[in-house]
Design a protein around this ligand. Structure first.
Ligand code: GLC
Length: 429
């Protein structure tokens, strides 16, 4: 079972911080895909200063964004640890001018702000000499020229012993991440796809991880053994089963890339957020700090704007669950825990009114959440003696609307009941 705090958190902030911010290139993938040589990629170590890194500032911004948890890249696929590790020299402590344990400061600051601590850890390590020792699923590919040397051996020969050594190394580093920084609430794996569940040593591996904290939540990137789903960059249309979290970037990049100015607007981010919570999921919104640890003002403004909106509309966000189908109401919605209040998200300014279909309950009161203004409504059509409800036309005008997403609060008599039939011929009147 997923701990309660997670499904009620609604928003998390993802932080991709690493040496890739020095040149402003894609995290890890840039050398893996040959856009830069491995040597040149690693030269970024010399430019990683963290000179303005202030974990307290990060935590303050995260809190102001309305998020209840954060997830930091403690180590991306490039293998560069943001924490002090005994098991490798490849860390910002040992190999960069920063010489700081970023993870330590991050975890401390989050806790002071009552924000749950999440650690991203890449299962893949494209820098570790023992990593490219086997093939995915143990299958040697027919065409060896397709093999990437960072992932697997290029000569077709697998070395199980070396792979075992790599797994031990991973376990050691994970013990550091999960054991040296107080209680970790969430472990966010990435890169499970390069090996099978068996190769990762599952399910025993999961027991090992949970031994550090039995309540630890692990995302889905664990070869079928994770606790919740993590759709990425493309918003789900069908609700993912069980607990889920949608991770996405504020622009097109996970890490800091100066040339990427393709930012989503505040309004678009708020809409995405309401879309997620309408389908019972969380949003994990990513930012990419610069190499010095400062956060670009556009990214900061988006987080603050989202936080302001959440703060104004708190009761429609926290303590709520998945809303009604969009066939009833197109903009998305949430329902209070007691099932007696429905919150509609209104994306655009209406012409004269908005229409909610299929509501069976009597209505106690309808208000605009941010202003408290009470709205009138009219019920048109319906065949009450057949239990087929009419449509509820709520008189919401453009003047009543919030500058971003408007929330209309509908208080109901009794627990919400929606009509789901196909209509009927009225055989008696
Ligand atoms: C992808 C990428 C990675 C990024 C992650 C975030 O799986 O491998 O670069 O960190 O998504 O979800």
């Amino acid at each position: 079972m997923i701990p309660e705090w997670f499904s009620n958190a609604k928003l998390g902030i993802f932080i991709h911080y690493g040496i890739y911010a020095v040149n402003g290139i894609a995290e890890s993938w840039s050398f893996y895909n040959g856009r830069i040589s491995y040597e040149d990629y690693m030269k970024q170590l010399n430019g990683f200063t963290a000179s303005k890194f202030d974990a307290e500032k990060w935590a303050d911004l995260i809190e102001k964004s309305g998020a209840k948890y954060a997830v930091l890249t403690t180590k991306h696929h490039d293998g560069v640890a943001l924490f002090d590790t005994k098991y490798s020299d490849l860390s910002v402590m040992k190999k960069t001018p920063a010489k700081r344990d970023i993870v330590k400061e991050y975890a401390q600051a989050l806790r002071e702000h009552n924000i749950r601590v999440g650690m991203y850890y890449s299962l893949i390590d494209w820098s570790h000499p023992d990593y490219p020792s086997v093939y995915t699923d143990g299958k040697v590919p027919e065409d060896l020229s397709t093999v990437n040397r960072f992932s697997s051996p290029t000569d077709g020969v697998q070395d199980e012993e070396t792979w075992k050594k790599f797994l031990e190394f991973n376990n050691h580093q994970l013990a550091e991440v999960l054991g040296n920084y107080g209680k970790v609430d969430l472990l966010w794996f990435d890169g499970d796809w390069e090996r099978s569940a068996e190769q990762w040593g599952l399910p025993e591996f999961k027991d090992y991880l949970k031994s550090f904290n039995p309540e630890l939540i692990i995302n889905s990137r664990l070869a079928g053994h994770g606790d919740y789903k993590t759709p990425e960059q493309g918003l789900p249309i069908t609700r993912p089963e069980g607990a889920w979290e949608f991770c996405t970037t504020v622009n097109d990049s996970w890490g800091w890339q100066a040339r990427d100015t393709h930012y989503k607007s505040l309004n678009q981010i708020i809409r995405m957020f309401t879309d997620c919570i309408s389908m019972g999921g969380n949003l994990l919104l990513d930012i990419g700090p610069k190499e010095d640890g400062s956060i670009d003002e556009r990214q900061e403004a988006l987080l603050l704007g989202l936080g302001k909106w959440i703060h104004t509309h708190e009761e429609a966000v926290f303590g709520t669950k998945e809303g009604i189908m969009t066939r009833y109401w197109t903009g998305g919605s949430t329902i209070s825990e007691d099932n007696k209040t429905l919150y509609l998200f209104v994306h655009d300014n209406p012409k004269e009114s908005i229409c909610l279909k299929g509501l069976c309950n009597k209505i106690k009161k309808i208000t605009v959440l941010h202003s408290g203004k009470e709205l009138t409504y009219d019920i048109l059509g319906g065949v009450p003696w057949f239990n087929i409800p009419g449509a509820t036309w709520i008189n919401l005008t453009a003047q009543d609307c919030h500058e971003n997403v408007t929330v209309v609060k509908i208080e109901l008599e009794g627990e919400i009941e929606m009509y789901g039939g196909s209509g009927a011929v009225v055989t008696h009147n």
